[in-house]
Design a protein. Structure first.
Length: 314
């Protein structure tokens, strides 16, 4: 039986001995790309020499600049100035609260208002007490006096600002009503022009049968038919027919004039009715947008609200 040479399921092979190559004086065959390698080496050598010449030129230029200006390479001395200029150019990235200043200002104004309300309550209490503490000495410190003056100044500024806002609001309301009235005037003028044109058209229309409203019609056609009918009589019949035609023409003219006057009256009545409706609508708008409370009523209501709030918190 043949002895197995496997070990742990693997075939163990003997290492092959490597013999060094013998140098018999013959050179290895040259590569096909040997010429390209020589060119690459020459270019690298030229680049090295060129780099050295550039370095020499830079060193010479640096010496010349330093001899002309000793502080040309003093970067540390101007570094702070450069950073300061950059910081001025760049926007600040500080994340500040957007509404905190306004909230603080509002809180300060509310505090002043509460102090004013408290002082008024104390003044009313002193009035109710009468002369009970009239013989007592009143002591007011300098700091409290300054605080009181500053508070009064803030109250005056707040009142002035409210007055300015009220004036601006009044100007806005006045401008709104003025624009509304101008628009109404323009509409009235355009309607009046249209009415005049319509009346002129009625007055200048040619003579002929005019159709009246309310079921009325002109009988000029009958008179014209009567005039056109032949009569067996002589000159008297022609004279009578002429008189009848003149009378019918006068009646037609009278009816046309009457119809024109009725149209004018109707248009005037319509215009008056429209103007009355516009006035009523304008009064409604004025009543709708008018302020129902005066400034004194608003101040009194605000004072009552602050007093109730002060009493609730105390």
């Amino acid at each position: 039986m043949r002895k197995s040479t496997l070990k742990h399921g693997l075939n163990v092979r003997k290492p092959v001995a490597t013999t060094p190559a013998k140098n018999d004086g013959r050179s290895a065959p040259k590569s096909v790309f040997a010429f390209d390698e020589l060119e690459t080496a020459a270019e690298a050598l030229q680049t090295t020499h060129a780099g050295g010449s550039e370095a020499q030129k830079s060193a010479k230029l640096a010496l010349d600049l330093e001899s002309s200006d000793p502080s040309v390479f003093a970067y540390d001395e101007v570094y702070d100035k450069i950073n300061l200029a950059r910081s001025r150019l760049k926007p600040s990235n500080d994340l500040k609260p957007r509404y905190m200043e306004k909230l603080l200002e509002t809180a300060e104004n509310r505090k002043v208002q509460n102090e004013v309300v408290k002082e008024r309550l104390l003044a009313k209490q002193r009035e109710r007490e009468g002369d009970v503490f009239a013989d007592k000495e009143t002591i007011v410190t300098e700091s409290y006096r300054e605080h009181k003056e500053q508070r009064q100044k803030m109250v005056d500024e707040e009142n002035e600002r409210e007055k300015e806002e009220e004036k601006g609001r009044g100007r806005l309301d006045t401008g709104f009503y003025r624009e509304l009235l101008d628009r109404m005037d323009r509409d009235d003028v355009s309607k009046a022009v249209d009415t005049v044109d319509a009346v002129d058209c009625v007055d200048t229309e040619p003579v002929g049968p005019v159709v009246l409203g309310s079921g009325l019609n002109i009988v000029s056609s009958q008179s014209s038919r009567r005039h056109d009918q032949p009569t067996p009589h002589g000159p008297r019949s022609s004279t009578n027919s002429n008189n009848e035609s003149m009378q019918s023409n006068r009646q037609s003219a009278y009816r046309r004039n009457k119809h024109g006057r009725s149209v004018d009256d109707e248009m005037n009545e319509m215009e008056q009715l429209k103007m009355a409706q516009q006035q009523v609508e304008q009064q409604k708008l004025v009543q709708r947008y008018a302020r129902r409370n005066t400034q004194a009523d608003i101040d009194a209501a605000r004072l009552r609200y602050l007093e109730r709030r002060q009493l609730a918190t105390s």
